[in-house]
Design a protein around this ligand. Sequence first.
Ligand SMILES: Cc1cc2nc3c(=O)[nH]c(=O)nc-3n(C[C@H](O)[C@H](O)[C@H](O)COP(=O)(O)OP(=O)(O)OC[C@H]3O[C@@H](n4cnc5c(N)ncnc54)[C@H](O)[C@@H]3O)c2cc1C
Ligand code: SF4
Length: 333
Amino acid sequence: MRPFAYTAARSVAEAVEALEAGGPGTRLLAGGTTLYDLMKLRVEAPTAVIDINRLPELNHIDTSRPTELVFGAGVRMADLADHPVIKRDYPALSESLWRAASQQLRNMATLGGNLLQRTRCGYFRGGPPFPCNKRDPGSGCAAIGGIDRGHALFGGSTSCIATYPGDLAVALLAFDAVVDVAGPSGRRTVTIADLHLEPGDTPDKEHSLGRDELIVSIRVPKTPAGRGSTYHKIRDRESYAFALVSVAAALRVSRRGEVRECRIALGGVGTTPLRAVAAERSLLGVRLTDATARAAGELAFAGAKAGHHNAFRIELGIRAVADALQIAKGRAL
Ligand SMILES: Cc1cc2nc3c(=O)[nH]c(=O)nc-3n(C[C@H](O)[C@H](O)[C@H](O)COP(=O)(O)OP(=O)(O)OC[C@H]3O[C@@H](n4cnc5c(N)ncnc54)[C@H](O)[C@@H]3O)c2cc1C
Ligand code: SF4
């Protein structure tokens, strides 16, 4: 283990000060389930670590506000997954957490850390001799032309085709969530849609937060479509695996079964979480049937670009969208 300085912040202001004072090698420590992992693999080698586990402002779940849900960034994944109001009114949110990682990890890992986890690309985590522009900018990308079974169908560039692996961000995107961020110039709000960045020429820059900013809370606008929602995750085995494709779907339907509100977000297939806007629009005012659900799935994957080993995930994704919509409809009626 390489030595690093450790500070336990006692307030958000102290954490921001410590981030500002530290150099570019400074990292926040929440549950540590990603950070320590990457340190052990020597992919990350922070010079300083700021522990944010003792900040009361980061540890609350508020479902009582009339227009939005509020979750502190330090809330453990297991606590939100098991919250009775979230389970009942926003099953997609609860399921995105239940279907992520293992119980031990969910007990430790936080919502903020989950949003900012790094890719599971094997070449990124494997280290040398594999080149990786995300780990070592300018070195190349071993996945392009290599084994790309789990890599992105959307949003890849000539520098990187790694998927964003998290589940929670996908469900949050379907609900138009935002994150509140604290930094040296005060507080600001970033939409989940703007939080994660496509790789372009700078795959090492994965999110739009400044080096000295931290996520304080996550806010989710309330919608009646929350009850008619699901997080449908397809993976190589039924537990403890990242998504080959995942779909967060939320529907509000009329008594006659016509779709009045439709939200669809895709995970596991893009370099960022993706919103399937054309698929959503195709269903408005329409009855959800096997045929319209399948057509929405085809629209969602219309722009998919397969590599050598991942074309099977396009048909898998189309079917996952159709299935997710049917599950959501069953809950919305
Ligand atoms: C075996 C395994 C399987 C997994 N499977 C899944 C899965 O199926 N789905 C899934 O979604 N995840 C999965 N994960 C990832 C896991 O959910 C994340 O490791 C976890 O959510 C990270 O949270 P943490 O609090 O431990 O973050 P940490 O490891 O403490 O931090 C992660 C990153 O976020 C930064 N950070 C943390 N909190 C903040 C904040 N408030 N503001 C700004 N930056 C912050 C840290 O500096 C660090 O860079 C898996 C992990 C493992 C090890
Ligand atoms: S896909 Fe991205 S993370 Fe994976 S090797 Fe290429 S540059 Fe690195």
